[in-house]
Design a protein around this ligand. Structure first.
Ligand code: ADP
Ligand code: MG
Length: 727
């Protein structure tokens, strides 16, 4: 290295020097004026085989004499382009041999003189290197291209994804200007991407969202804090569009050059909200419907559910309920709800939706509203009647098929009964059947008569669900009403029956009195005429004592008979009413047997009397029961005029004490068995036919029961079952 290094102006000359010295390539600085080599490095010496002393002050022509001819051209090129490249230039080495050298030269100034700095390289090596570099570069380029392709694909893919997202996406810069929008966003707004890019949020979002709801504040907040913001359930109203419910999310993001930006995602959740709303609505309506059994009230609830908008109902303009009237053979409008004109519509809807949050609330107030018959559409209800037989046309066809039918253009629809269409006076409507299983209840018809809002599939769907609920409720109410009517009918019938029964009893009593009178008259006439006859005989000849004694005896006997007749009649007609006491039955039986012993002795009748030991005491009116037993024993004795056996037993029979009176007498013919307890049934010439009737009457009053069994010419058994009273 020569001493000239000390004169170099570079401040970091030592660094420079080191780099220059150690560079792998030969580097020389040559004065353009003199052609002298001013600076060189170790690699230069190595390339040419000179020593430093030999090179110092050497001129370029010494390395290549031919350069003289090219000098001007090279100098010009350097002057104009500032650099030149010669890929192969012959230079002479120290040993006289020549090597091809590649030269990169740039113009420079050195110590105030024009110079050039040249990097010299063995051309063969340089070429070699160059091809190596070239292949490497090619490989690199290929790699880069494929990576770039991949990147482009990915980019396109993600762009497509973003474009296809149902989410509305916006990217804002720091000034809240839109720098990106996806089609979901701009198409929904009805503009092009170009129209929306560059706009400020102030231009695209409504004021109430930006200011009142605080969206702008939230955006600024996310820009500064980097925090994510999430809003749900925002109501978006825009002219000409139905109200939508949206969720908004703000995410921080990084844009080009790492600039802060915002990603706004807007999700339309109206449909989800609507579904939830519909479910709640259905629940509410069905609850309301099930809470009333009063049919008119119920119908009104259903129709209100179908018409009232807002939170209360389905939001149809008009709803009509037609019910099947099987007796009249028609499907007939029962009730309709809805306005008759736009003005009325407004009043009604605002009244219902403004005041009542739920249908339940509305129904609670129902009684204070004008009664349904004062409501509008009375005329329509009056006229809307179709025969049940018209199953080919609406509305009957819907009821018969059980399917909801949507009619978009009634006047040109063959399915619609033309009279029905005329009365409805509406082009577009829905008919939903009300059925419970196979039972046809009626139909619900709904339309948007006033607003002409198109009926959507979801409306039809909801109406169907509501109609199904309504069918159940209406059936329930109808059944209830029928049951009520039947109950009232039964109550009426019962009253009538009671009156008739009283009449019958009175008549029967009168009849009985008549029969008794006749019987008594008949019974009395014979003894009385006998008494009269014999008494007159005595009067005629009072001295014939023997005859008179006989006559007197007959008179006394006849008088006795009359007395007994009188007593029986009196017993029978004595008002019922028992005077019971807890008592044993055996002594009563025995007293009766004692009373009647004489007659048996006369007729030659044997007696047997057996009572099971320890029979429980019974609740008896002793006098009346004695009367009963007397009648039974007397009848038995009378059935055995030529002797026989009277057998009495008392025993336990379940929860009763059974007392049986048996005889071996004439028996009762089968045909008479059912009459023996009837009043005045007698087969005896001097009988009254009251004994058994009286016995039955008394036993009834005791809650006791009497049975008879008999075999003609073998004998008869009467058994009385006395209930055992509780201990
Ligand atoms: P009466 O004894 O005055 O005829 P009752 O009412 O006591 O009236 O009896 C009605 C009828 O029942 C009797 O006339 C008789 O035909 C029949 N009857 C009752 N008890 C017996 C009996 N033990 N054996 C045969 N017939 C009897
Ligand atoms: Mg009798």
């Amino acid at each position: 290295m020569n001493d000239a290094s000390g004169t170099k102006p570079a401040q970091n000359s030592s660094v420079w020097k080191a780099v220059f010295e150690r560079a792998a390539n030969a580097i020389v600085v040559v004065s353009l004026e003199t052609g002298q080599v001013i600076e060189w490095n170790q690699a230069t010496l190595a390339l040419f085989g000179y020593t430093a002393e030999q090179v110092a002050g050497m001129r370029l022509v010494e390395l290549q004499p031919a350069i003289r001819t090219q000098r001007e051209a090279l100098r010009r090129q350097l002057a104009e382009a500032g650099s030149l490249f010669i890929d192969s230039f012959p230079l002479r080495r120290a040993d006289g041999s020549e090597i091809q050298v590649a030269i990169h030269a740039v113009r420079t100034s050195y110590d105030g003189q024009e110079a050039f700095l040249a990097m010299l390289q063995d051309a063969a090596q340089a070429r070699d290197l160059q091809t190596r570099l070239a292949t490497q570069a090619m490989q690199l380029r290929a790699e880069l291209t494929s990576q770039a392709d991949e990147y482009l694909h990915l980019k396109e893919f993600f762009e497509n994804v973003i474009d296809a997202l149902p989410l509305r996406l916006l990217v804002l810069d720091e000034d809240l200007r839109i720098i990106h929008a996806n089609p979901a966003y701009y198409l929904q707004r009805g503009v092009t991407r170009e129209q929306i890019i560059g706009q400020s949020v102030r231009d695209v979002f409504p004021k109430e969202l930006l200011d009142e709801a605080g969206l702008e504040r939230a955006l600024q907040g996310t820009l500064t804090t980097g925090e994510r913001v999430w809003w749900s359930g925002f109501r978006e109203q825009s002219v000409g569009h139905p109200e939508r419910i949206i969720n908004i999310r703000i995410d921080p993001c990084r844009g080009l050059e790492g600039r802060a930006c915002l990603l706004i995602s807007i999700e339309d959740v109206s449909e989800r909200y609507r579904q939830i709303y519909e479910r709640t609505l259905l629940q509410e309506v069905s609850q309301a419907m099930l809470s009333t059994l009063d049919l008119p009230r119920l119908l009104h609830a259903i129709l209100t559910g179908m018409t009232a908008g807002g939170a209360v109902g389905l939001g149809f303009n008009r709803a009509i309920l037609m019910l099947v009237d099987n007796a009249a053979g028609v499907l007939k409008a029962e009730m309709a709800v809805g306005p008759e004109d736009v003005h009325q519509a407004h009043t009604i809807w605002s009244e219902v939706t403004g005041r009542y949050r739920t249908l339940q609330d509305f129904l609670q107030d129902y009684d204070r509203l004008p009664p349904p018959q004062d409501r509008p559409l009375a005329d329509l209800v009056e006229r809307l009647v179709v025969p049940l037989s018209d199953v080919e046309h609406l509305p009957m066809s819907a009821l018969v098929s059980g399917n909801t039918v949507y009619v978009p253009d009634a006047r040109n629809d063959a399915r619609v009964n033309s009279e029905f269409a005329t009365v409805m006076d509406s082009d577009e409507f829905v008919v939903a059947p009300l059925r419970v299983g196979e039972t046809q209840i009626g139909v619900a018809i709904a339309d948007n008569f006033i607003t002409h809002k198109m009926i959507k599939g979801s409306d039809t769907h909801l109406l169907t669900s509501l109609a199904n609920q309504a069918a159940l409720a209406v059936e329930r109410a109808q059944l209830f009403r029928e049951a009520q009517e039947r109950a009232e009918e039964l109550a009426r019938a019962y009253e009538e029956l009671k009156a008739a029964e009283q009449d019958r009893l009175r008549n029967e009593r009168l009849a009985t009195v008549g029969t008794v009178t006749a019987a008594v008259t008949h019974e009395i006439r014979n003894p009385l005429s006998t008494i009269g006859g014999f008494a007159r005989a005595i009067l005629r000849d009072p001295h014939d004592t023997e005859r008179n004694r006989r006559s007197a005896k007959i008179i006394v006997e006849e008088a006795d008979r009359l007395e007994e007749l009188l007593r029986t009649v009196l017993d029978f007609s004595r008002p019922e009413g028992v005077n019971v006491q807890r008592t044993r039955i055996e002594p009563i039986v025995e007293s009766v047997l004692e009373l009647t012993a004489e007659q048996r002795e006369r007729a030659g009748i044997d007696l047997s009397w057996e009572a099971e030991p320890d029979l429980p005491e019974l609740d008896l009116d002793a006098n009346q029961i004695r009367q009963v037993l007397l009648n039974l024993v007397k009848n038995a004795d009378e059935a055995m005029p030529n002797g026989g056996l009277l057998a009495l037993t008392a025993r336990l029979a379940g929860n009763a004490v059974a007392l049986a009176v048996s005889d071996t007498g004439s028996g009762i013919p089968q045909g008479d068995l059912s009459f023996v307890f009837d009043t005045f049934f007698t087969t005896k010439p001097t009988g009254t036919g009251l004994g058994l009737a009286l016995a039955r009457k008394i036993l009834d009053a005791h809650g006791a029961r009497i049975e008879v069994s008999s075999l003609p010419s073998q004998g008869t058994t009467f058994t009385v079952y006395f209930p055992i009273p509780p201990a």
